[in-house]
Ligand binder design. Structure first.
Ligand code: PEP
Ligand code: MN
Length: 332
């Protein structure tokens, strides 16, 4: 971190600042320019409050040289992380296909969809049991019963299961869940993230509705700081001024995150677009951009789905998307 001191600041004030900084476990290298004094802060600067420093009257500017995320940073871990979800590898050249309904609705529904998406090449089965709905009057998911049905579908098909957690108190119910999803609305639920850092189970961390990539990586850092390093990031579209699509798919997140972090990056074209027919081109584009996997909503009867029917593919449509994505991956 580099702090430039304003012109004409008396030496004693600069000394006071240097002394204060040195109490925060950084060493300070001072250099005198023609007009300004420049302070180079060396060491672990994670405890230095950059905003506080920036707002001091004697400070002109402060620049961070290294990123505030350490565990997630590719600079310190150049090799791709490969996350193992009960035998299904994600990242480092391993492509995962998560498919299934937005919500688990019944035994017949989840088992039928599970069998069909597996046949089309899906490697992980999704299905929401605890649903984060905008309206409290909408279907909230089958909760613990939904998790039981997911487990039955896993037993029936052998596919590892992915489902969203909204409350750390529910963790005991998630014992047999293979990949725990943190949804967009909880990306910055720091107490939940800390609890997930304490367990040793892969986490699918979706991007918040209006969060920057840096904020997203800092959320991954929360989990990793607790010792759980098995994280998959999932871009699911962000809030913009556009209204024709449910969200705006930020595909630039894929190459940018591959540059910044060693963690796998997946894309959810279903929530990103909100429109059934747009899932296919967006899924193909995500694969072309180098995503480590896709998460796609599939329903056996989208018209009567209890949640997100408009963006859900039929199993036949999913089969076509899976084939196209395979071709794209072969081409690149
Ligand atoms: C979901 O995947 O079921 C979901 C609610 O997605 P998001 O958190 O991205 O809105
Ligand atoms: Mn959904």
């Amino acid at each position: 971190m580099i702090a430039v001191i304003k012109q004409g600041v008396p030496e004693t004030q600069i000394d006071n600042l240097v002394n204060w900084l040195e109490t925060q476990s950084v060493s300070v290298h001072r250099s005198q320019g023609v007009y300004n004094t420049v302070l180079g802060l060396v060491g672990d600067t994670t405890h230095v409050d950059i905003e506080l420093l920036q707002n001091l009257e004697i400070v002109e500017t402060v620049t961070r040289i290294s990123e505030p995320f350490k565990s997630a940073n590719r600079k310190f871990h150049p090799k791709d992380t490969v996350v193992d979800v009960s035998g299904v590898k994600v990242g480092g050249g391993h492509f995962a296909m998560i498919a299934g309904p937005c919500s688990v609705e019944s035994r017949e529904q989840i088992i039928e969809i599970a069998k069909q998406v597996k046949q089309s090449g899906a490697t992980l089965l999704r299905g929401g049991a605890f649903k984060p709905r905008t309206s409290p009057y909408d279907f909230q998911g089958l909760a613990a019963d939904g998790l039981e049905l997911l487990k039955e579908a896993k037993k029936e098909t052998g596919m590892p299961i992915v489902t969203e957690i909204m409350n750390a108190n529910h963790l005991p119910l998630f014992e047999d869940v293979d990949l725990i999803q943190v949804g967009a609305r909880n990306m910055q639920n720091f107490e939940l993230l800390k609890e997930l850092g304490r367990i040793r189970k892969p986490i699918l961390l979706k991007r918040g509705l209006a969060n920057t990539m840096k904020e997203w990586l800092m959320s991954a850092e929360y989990i990793m700081a607790g010792g759980n390093e098995q994280i998959i990031l999932c871009e699911r579209g962000i809030r913009t001024y556009e209204t024709y699509t449910r969200n705006t798919l930020d595909l630039s997140a894929v190459p940018m995150l591959h540059e910044l972090t060693h963690l796998p990056v997946m894309v959810d074209p279903s929530h990103a677009s909100g429109i059934n027919w747009m899932v296919k081109p967006m899924a193909m584009a995500a694969a072309a951009a180098g995503a480590d996997g896709l998460m796609i909503e599939v329903h056996n009867d989208p018209k009567h789905a209890l949640c997100d029917g408009a963006q859900s593919l039929t199993p036949e449509q999913f089969d076509d998307v899976a084939k196209r994505v395979k071709h794209i991956r072969e081409a690149i």
